[in-house]
Ligand binder design. Sequence first.
Ligand SMILES: *[C@@H]1O[C@H](CO)[C@@H](O)[C@H](O)[C@H]1NC(C)=O
Ligand SMILES: *[C@@H]1O[C@H](CO)[C@@H](O)[C@H](O)[C@H]1NC(C)=O
Length: 224
Amino acid sequence: MKAFYVLFAVALGVSTSCLGAETKECDTTGADEGSVTVLELHSPEQLDAFEGCTILNGHIIIQSDYDGDFSLNGVTTVNGNISTVDEGAEYLNLFEMQDLENIDHLHLLGISGDVNIPNLESLGDLELVQTSTSGNADLTALAEADNLSVRGSWTSTKFSSLKTVTVQCQFCGSQTCEIYGDERKFPYITVNLPSLEKADKLEVAGAVKRFVLCPWTKNIYSHS
Ligand SMILES: *[C@@H]1O[C@H](CO)[C@@H](O)[C@H](O)[C@H]1NC(C)=O
Ligand SMILES: *[C@@H]1O[C@H](CO)[C@@H](O)[C@H](O)[C@H]1NC(C)=O
């Protein structure tokens, strides 16, 4: 029996390393038998199931007890959402998907760490809500979003490629912007949108550390 397990482990090791450079499609349910298309994520260890995956099908919902970093590199496409529960995931530290290019929607609420998705090119809704006193959001490659909302103390934001937001582009560093957690923390936000050409609505509120907008964004105001 023991010999059988050893042989099986060796065979698995060889086949995954051979597939390393190719596309590998995985379902979020693969890590959680029985659920439909939603994986409820309670701990970073559950992400080990997606080692080597390049395409993820289904949703991931980060639970409020999730403690640690969310690091899922190698995945380029998510056919689904990655979200925290509505009440937020305050122990979620770094959120990192270095290779991600496309995802349906991303909602990270009540988090306390940096967000690093430097290769994401487009998505539907993007919601980033910070509860700590400082945070960095790197979305350097993002060119297009439907509805974007960045709230809380994001002291550094990189949206250098963002051209089009079809619905609303909101940056809020005010205590009145539904910021989760300790209300005494004073939010302080950086708004850096040097490439923005079109947004149906642009809203910036609260204490702004730095505000950069390209000079030809007058289109933004033509609708309001
Ligand atoms: C995915 O996100 C969209 C838009 O933000 C939302 O309407 C939908 O309910 C979400 N689905 C799940 C399963 O979280
Ligand atoms: C856009 O996002 C904000 C913040 O997440 C939300 O309150 C609003 O309802 C959204 N609008 C649309 C049209 O989806």
